[in-house]
Ligand binder design. Structure first.
Ligand code: ZN
Length: 265
């Protein structure tokens, strides 16, 4: 059998000059890291000394160069995932809680009441309930104040505050709203970490700790000087550069690397 992978010169050749078997070997080796298995697969052999041949093949300059190139690509892909994580962390760190739980201000009970002095009731039923509670409290140590109907029965809980209201002076009543999760903006969605219902039925929304996410983003971008700095992580990546790398598919780089010599780029 002719051993086609023995080097003819010691000058490393471009990866594009690899034979189909050599390419298959390099890809197999990169995929599972087992040189002997990659050799057997690529060259269609089953002999026991494939390991020795595989070792020889790995020392062939053009093969060694191709392996080094693919390792570099793998390292770049790692950087890409770091950049993507950093961008995600940045999204949470800079998201606005207002988008998740806006605080809105509505009219107080006096804002639009009939006499402008007494609180308005939502309707007659609410007033009747208050009268019942008042009557029942008369024999208790702390009797309630008699409800008045002077404010009328038109209180709209979502009405705008009245600037000339004598009770709130137009400041109204702040109400924290919890939006349906299906209506959340991307920023609010990033902040939302689930919800729990308290025994009294109150909904408690868990909001991501933005400081923690900002810290994670800074660590991912290498903004802190750490003693155990990893060389595989790009430590001075701008958001723009991160986005550029994240947008480049690794497949494309691999194709570029193994482009035939005479093909146009
Ligand atoms: Zn008011």
């Amino acid at each position: 059998m002719q051993i086609e992978h023995i080097p003819q010169s010691s000058t490393p050749a471009p990866a594009a000059e690899l034979s189909p078997q050599q390419r298959a070997f390099v890809y197999g080796y990169m995929e599972h890291g087992n040189a002997a298995a990659a050799y057997r697969q690529a060259f269609g052999v089953t002999h026991s000394y494939a390991r020795v041949d595989a070792c020889k093949l790995l020392k062939v300059p053009r093969v060694a160069a191709a392996v080094a190139d693919l390792r570099r690509i793998a390292a770049e892909a790692l950087n890409t995932s770091v950049a993507e994580l950093a961008l995600q962390a940045h999204e949470v760190a800079t998201a606005s809680v207002h988008d998740l739980q806006p605080i809105e201000v509505y009219a107080c009970r006096v804002c639009h009441s009939a006499d402008g002095r007494h609180p308005a009731w939502i309707d007659a039923d609410e007033y009747a309930d208050a009268c019942e509670a008042w009557a029942a409290s008369q024999d208790s140590p702390k009797p309630l104040k008699k409800p008045s109907a002077a404010g009328g029965f038109n209180h709209d809980v979502f009405a705008a505050p009245n600037p000339s209201c004598r009770a709130c002076r137009g400041h109204g009543v702040p109400v924290m709203r919890t939006l349906p999760t299906s209506e959340l903006s991307p920023g609010a969605r990033a902040l939302y970490e689930g919800a729990t219902v308290a025994p009294d039925g109150t909904l408690r929304v868990m909001v991501a700790d933005r400081a923690k996410w900002a810290d994670m983003r800074n660590k991912l971008l290498g903004l802190y000087v750490v003693k155990t700095e990893s060389k595989s992580v790009s430590v001075s990546m701008s958001a723009e550069e991160a986005a550029r790398i994240a947008a480049r598919p690794v497949d494309e780089i691999v194709k570029l690397l193994f482009r035939p010599k005479d093909a146009t780029p």
